[in-house]
Design a protein around this ligand. Structure first.
Ligand code: DGJ
Length: 722
């Protein structure tokens, strides 16, 4: 089909189609993204009429409105503009960017129709009059997600004041319910739902980190969508710092899912030929929430930084000792850890100069000789002699006002004006955009990693970066560059120390995002390790992240965040679904607890290959007081499932227990994995004694009678192909 002056480009994989049209107006816009349409047929081509044909006097633009991927106001679009900015005299605020060239995988595409596989498209758009060039990159990933990023360049001499750069994709009006997340310290990723109505549902993050209340994934779908039903569209904005994401519906029948840069006033003033790069936008879709999560998981698994499934079982000493470091105690913990089969031992906060509590020391990354007279050598050597890896905690972006560093360089503290920001956890943020500051932090970390052959860094970030101004620039915001500088240190350390792993921790889960996943191998989900809370925290964090990058620990019986008490089986079963670890003063554990714990560690090690490479499935059982979380191995030979009682059911015997995700044709034997005492209050259906054998289809659609047990207990099941 002839499409003069136009490009019609169809990227598709087995999972996803992305159909883009660049018409005579030069605006790249998406006609369809979602389920695969198969090879492109000519009738998919959109012949855009130049003029709206009116049968009556109405009131709409005379050319059909299509704002495009980088929504443009001049098209008549009344919603969020893609580019927000202007020149000093107030001009160039509504640029008319026209596509001049399109590349696919580096090769120039001629006008016409193109039916292509997964890969990268590059659109070059120019507005000479406004003096702006936008380069939009769009990738269709093999795993089914779509990524988009825009680079804006000022091609004139005069400065361009940029206040926002966002992109958007259309979603059908039938996607009329939003699901996204909020939270607070210790309770991240709390789901919230609301109807899509006319206007903008805008989520803005200006904490310098995504935050406890991060959107994480902004989803919309047909009202009532569940883990497996209803077409769902999702967006994650990957910035590591500030960002925005929105669902916008305008009367007239258009609805967009978009997001991008959130810039502080004056943060980005582009000089001649200077550029600003938006965060990466990651889009997924699928029938239900599980299908919409899998493309994100596949993307992370394909990253160069991905850790793979052989996650070493960890012991972190934080909840055992806090700031109270003593060699004898840390050695006793290491001995017990090794007996249990732990493979990585981590010394947390409290080892550096003056760090006896949270009021001092950040920035002075030197081993404190008053606590560690012989340095960290004795503990590191002991840990290694037990065959474990060694990890160490840092908080590189931070500085305590009470530190040698702050006393020497008060001008290195971020501040938007004459005064330092309010303290937060008694600390300030170090301006890493100052080359000397960045170098000093890197040098001190590099020295310790080299000296002690550190295998793993827990990289913490315990406060919001508010008032992120550079003192030397009169307080002008450096919010975005600050994040980039931290990532640069991470990359440099990893490049110089092959095999070094970094965990992104931010008082728990305040910095979980896909930009960070390009630099870090692990994310601390939350400071709350209460298994009841963790059931929800992990369930929803996995809407974005695959399990192997999520730190899931077993803590003491009485939880330090909630004071609730839980049986070891509930704590352990809850921790199996990620990168498992222990964070508990094992010197206080009974022999029986240690023996049971060793059993769970061994089970995890035997099964982590499948647990951490398969496809996640989630379900709600009965009236919602029981939750199912599972993983089916990529070859569908085995499925592991956790049935957790998260509430006190109204119905004593609940519904049926369905095991989704198995091969429908194959036969599986399902049985409980009993390593501990089993759940309290168990009323066991007959099948539980010997297990049950049936097809994947039966197990998914009909299911088995649900074992009843008391709240805040869990059971583990295995379904193995016969
Ligand atoms: C916050 C982290 O999330 C904790 O795990 C611990 O590392 C503390 N910081 C140490 O200060």
């Amino acid at each position: 089909m002839e499409v003069p002056d136009s490009w019609v480009i169809h990227l598709h994989s087995d999972i996803t189609s992305l159909l883009i049209h660049v018409g005579p107006a030069g605006v790249p816009s998406v006609v369809h993204w979602g389920p695969d349409l198969g090879p492109m047929a000519a009738d998919l081509v959109v012949a855009v009429p130049k003029q709206v044909e009116r049968m009556y006097v109405g009131n709409v633009p005379d050319t059909p409105m299509d704002p495009g991927i980088l929504p443009a106001s001049w098209t008549g679009w009344p919603g969020q503009p893609g580019i927000s900015g202007h020149r000093g005299d107030g001009t160039a605020w509504s640029p008319r960017l026209q596509t001049t060239k399109v590349h696919y995988e580096g090769k120039v595409l001629a006008h016409g129709c193109h039916d292509l596989g997964p890969g990268g498209l590059h659109f070059d758009l120019i507005d000479d009059h406004a003096g702006l060039r936008a380069e939009i990159d769009v990738w269709l990933e093999l795993g089914g997600s779509i990524r988009m990023q825009t680079k804006l360049t000022n091609i004139k001499e005069s400065p361009y004041y940029l206040t926002g750069l966002t992109m958007a994709l259309p979603v059908p009006l039938s996607a009329d319910e939003i699901l996204d997340f909020t939270g607070r310290w210790g309770k991240e990723r709390v789901p919230q739902r609301r109807a899509v109505t006319a206007g903008t549902h805008m989520r803005e993050h200006r904490r310098g980190r995504p935050g406890f209340d991060a959107t994480t994934v902004l989803l919309c779908g047909a009202k009532g969508f569940t883990f497996r039903h209803g077409q769902v569209y999702g967006l994650h904005v990957a910035s590591g710092g500030n960002s925005r994401a929105f669902v916008e519906r305008v009367p007239g029948g258009m609805q967009f899912l978009g997001g991008g840069s959130l810039l502080q006033p004056g943060e980005v003033i582009l000089g001649a030929n200077q550029t600003h790069l938006s965060p990466m936008l990651h889009y997924t879709h699928g029938q239900g929430l599980d299908a919409a999560a899998h493309p994100f998981h596949r993307y992370v698994r394909g990253l160069e930084a991905a850790p793979g499934p052989q996650r070493p079982v960890a012991l972190n000493v934080w909840e055992a000792v806090g700031f109270d470091h003593s060699l004898d105690k840390l050695i006793a913990l290491a001995d017990l850890a090794a007996q249990l089969g732990v493979e990585r031992y981590i010394v947390d906060d409290g080892w550096f100069l003056g760090r006896r509590d949270d009021t001092a020391g950040l920035g002075d990354w030197i081993v404190d000789p008053t606590v560690w007279p012989e340095g960290l050598g004795p503990i590191v050597d002991h840990v290694r002699s037990l065959g474990m890896q060694f990890g160490l905690w840092f908080e590189p972006e931070m500085v305590s006002p009470n530190s040698e560093l702050a006393r020497a360089h008060p001008e290195w503290i971020l501040a938007a004006g004459q005064n330092w920001p309010i303290t937060w956890r008694n600390q300030q943020v170090l301006n890493l955009t100052i080359a000397q500051a960045k170098e000093l932090v890197w040098q001190r970390m590099d020295h310790l990693v080299r000296r002690y052959h550190i295998d793993y860094i827990k990289w913490d970030h315990n406060r919001d970066t508010i008032d992120a101004g550079a003192q030397a620039l009169g307080g002008r915001s450096v919010a975005g560059s600050q994040v980039a500088a931290a990532l640069e240190i991470m990359d440099r350390l990893r490049a110089d120390h092959p095999g070094l792993e970094i965990e992104s921790c931010s008082s728990g889960g305040a910095r979980i995002d896909l930009e960070m996943a390009c630099h870090a191998q692990r994310f601390w989900v939350s400071d709350c390790i209460d298994p009841l809370e963790r059931q929800s925290l992990q369930r929803w964090t996995m809407q974005l992240m695959p399990p192997e990058v999520l730190g899931t620990h077993i803590a003491s019986e009485r939880n330090q965040s909630t004071s609730r008490r839980h049986d070891l089986s509930f704590r352990a079963i809850t921790a199996l679904w990620g990168h498992m670890g222990i964070e508990w003063d094992l010197t206080e554990a009974t022999d029986q607890e240690l023996a049971e714990l060793a059993g769970w560690v061994a089970w995890y090690k035997n099964n982590r290959q499948q647990l951490l490479t398969g496809d996640m499935v989630r379900d709600v059982v009965g009236d919602g007081s029981m939750w199912l979380h599972g993983v089916v191995s990529s070859d569908a030979t085995v499925g592991f499932y956790c049935l957790a009682s998260v509430g006190f059911a109204v119905n004593e015997i609940q519904d049926r227990l369905r095991f989704p995700g198995l091969d429908p044709q194959a036969r599986y034997h399902v049985q409980a994995v009993n390593l501990g005492t089993g759940p309290a209050g168990l009323i066991a259906p007959p099948w539980l004694a010997e297990g049950a054998t049936s097809t994947g289809a039966f197990l998914a659609e009909v299911g088995l009678a649900v074992p009843y047990f008391h709240p805040e207990q869990a059971m583990l099941f295995e379904a193995r192909k016969q």
